[in-house]
Design a protein around this ligand. Sequence first.
Ligand SMILES: *Cc1c(COP(=O)(O)O)cnc(C)c1O
Length: 241
Amino acid sequence: MTAPQDDRRAELAEALAAVRERLAAAARAAGRDAGEVRLLAVTKTWPASDVALLTDLGLDAFGENKEQEGAAKAAELSALRPDAVARWHVVGRLQRNKARSLVRWAHAVDSVDSARLVDALESAAAKAVDAGERTDALEVLVQVSVDADPGRGGAPVAEVPALADRVAGCAHLHLGGVMTVAPQDVAPEEAFATVWEVAQRVRVAHPHATTLSAGMSGDLEAAVAHGSTCVRVGTALLGRR
Ligand SMILES: *Cc1c(COP(=O)(O)O)cnc(C)c1O
């Protein structure tokens, strides 16, 4: 009989191999190098023990959508794997009053969609640096909403360049690029093509802001075809939530 941890490790290894194969095939089909597309494992609702196993399998970037859950998991992972390299991204809607605690553990916020949130993160990151709680800038992606549905978060396309400028002007934030969640009622290809254009506009103004985070378990092929440099995968790696 095998221990449950060994079973889970094998399950995750198999799922990871399948996701990597999908990414490689999507990159090939798009004439791109698979190395251009990073994999962010979205671990929300799954235990820190799964994150630990994923670090054993070579992953180093993890996404959470709730501040408290992410903070607890990051601390648990440090205890489980003190030597593991893990970069934590917040990918969900964020209340401004969570900014101060978030900057203690998160490396990046991928879901920034308002000027007020930019300002709250800048102020929180500055305080964290002063308090010796972090040394590096907080990486920020501006979340683009293709259909301006407030339910999924994201800023309307027209507001994205100004938000990107605002992030770039903050001393304790680092503009990484843009992120999107494809709307349910639009063909993902159409949504990703729109976001690619916005990403290009941001990149012209801020040449180092090269990240385009697009694609999840169900639509990563379409996102890779439209220039995604980071896919955020939960279900296909960890199972149904
Ligand atoms: C949950 C989540 C994901 C992962 O979605 P899956 O369909 O499980 O791969 C990606 N991005 C965001 C913003 C999420 O909230």
